[in-house]
Design a protein around this ligand. Structure first.
Ligand code: UDP
Length: 328
């Protein structure tokens, strides 16, 4: 039994490969290296460089490696980019993902785990947000993921395929052992930007909006440690292999931090009292997005172990320093 990890050279995928390898699983990675790195793929996995939209290639990889489960990370993930290039996002996240699903069906792979996003909820009306909340994505990115959730649901109903859709909240941090981390140049995510600012890699950073209806006026998000996130995938894999039913589950902790709280934590961890500029709201940001993770905990038996924001920031900081010295 081998697990196919698409996007295994990327941020979350490379952590997944470590988690699977540490659990003794055999792994084949399919990645086109558009945003991933060869050095990020643990040598215990086999790396195939190629396009997930090439169904024949995906089928060959599945057959050659005896794949029984697919964990599908490969995607485009930057919300503002998706507004500028919607067709690029529908191609990568919807059309090419269809090819991966079709390859699974054609070769008889029965287990499929799909990276989705809290962006499918848009601006949630009830907080924390549960999986049965209305889905109203506000960007082509969110829509491209939601359409793919629907494709997977329909394919599972028609074929001998079961799936777990995991809707990620704000993923941050890095492998506690320092083996991989968020390495995308020009990443826009808050913790990464703040850590880079503390290290002097950026001249300054902006806080986007201080007039939100939240306790301190800045947006609240549910930051989840990437190691806990990949742990949820491992739990999903066990669930599917044990015959568990298809399901959708949120991946977040159920509590949020404001932008100001995150910045204070980064200042505390790095001991650098870096300055921030207060800027206008960023278009498309919801005031607060916090997960209800009950389903992942009760059905998948997911047990998060890295909920402390300090720990998340410390891991991100350690990785950023390592990256500055050239990893790999
Ligand atoms: N944010 C910020 N400055 C930055 C990057 C992000 O104030 O340089 C804010 C952003 O407006 C949002 C929160 O931090 O309220 C989280 O943004 P991020 O891009 O990390 O994740 P998102 O929630 O958009 O997926």
């Amino acid at each position: 039994m081998t697990v196919l990890v698409t996007g295994g050279a990327g941020y979350i995928g490379s952590h997944m490969v470590l988690e699977l390898a540490d659990a003794g699983e055999k792994i084949v990675v399919l990645d086109n290296l558009s945003t991933g790195f060869v050095w990020a793929v643990d040598p215990r996995a086999t790396l195939v460089v190629g396009d997930m939209g090439n169904q024949a290639l995906v089928e060959t990889v599945i057959r050659q490696h005896g794949v029984d489960a697919i964990i599908h990370f490969a995607a485009k993930i930057v919300v503002p980019d998706s507004v500028a290039d919607p067709l690029g996002y529908y191609l990568a996240n919807t059309v090419k993902t269809r090819a991966v699903m079709a390859a699974a069906v054609a070769t008889g792979v029965k287990h499929f785990i799909f990276s989705s996003t809290a962006a499918v909820y848009g601006t949630p009306k009830v907080m924390p947000v549960a999986e049965d909340a209305p889905t109203q994505p506000e960007s082509p990115y969110g829509t491209s993921k939601l359409i793919t959730e629907w494709m997977l649901r329909d394919a599972s109903a028609a074929h001998d395929l079961r799936h777990v859709v995991l809707r990620y909240f704000n993923v941050a941090g890095a492998d506690p052992q320092g083996r991989t981390g968020q390495s995308t140049p020009n990443a826009t995510h808050l913790i990464k930007v703040a850590v880079q600012t503390a290290l002097g890699l950026r001249a300054k950073m902006d806080v986007f909006g201080t007039d939100y209806p939240t306790p301190d006026g800045t947006c609240v998000r549910d930051y989840i440690h990437v190691t806990d996130l990949v742990g949820a995938h491992l739990a999903a894999l066990k669930h599917l292999r044990a015959g568990g039913a298809s399901m959708v589950a949120n991946c977040g902790y159920g509590h949020g931090y404001s932008v100001k709280e995150v910045i204070d934590t980064v200042r505390e961890v790095t001991r650098v009292p870096f300055k921030v500029d207060y800027a206008p709201r960023r278009p498309g940001d919801a005031a607060a997005v916090v997960a209800d993770p009950t389903r992942a905990k009760t059905i998948l038996g997911w047990k998060p172990a890295h909920e402390d924001l300090n720990e998340i920031v410390q891991a991100a900081y350690a990785w950023e320093r390592r990256l500055a010295n050239g990893p790999g």
